[in-house]
Design a protein. Structure first.
Length: 68
């Protein structure tokens, strides 16, 4: 089960499906380091936060593909 977001800046909830990410990497003939998934999760959060900022700057409440 995914970890819950901790209070006061703790670990963030995992947004990526670890088994799917690992399977994709393996299908390309590579291996997954233990710190890959948390780093990917951090990048996803950063992308979403930036997209939300762009959405709000454009006076919308719906995140659209162009915001990514």
């Amino acid at each position: 089960m995914a970890k819950k977001k901790a209070a006061k800046g703790g670990k963030k909830e995992m947004l990526v499906v670890a088994s799917k990410v690992k399977a994709h990497i393996k299908s390309k003939g590579a291996m997954t380091a233990s710190d890959t998934l948390p780093a990917l999760n951090d990048r996803v959060y950063a992308m979403l936060d930036a997209a939300i900022g762009r959405t709000k700057a454009n006076r919308r409440s719906t995140v659209k593909p162009q915001d990514l």
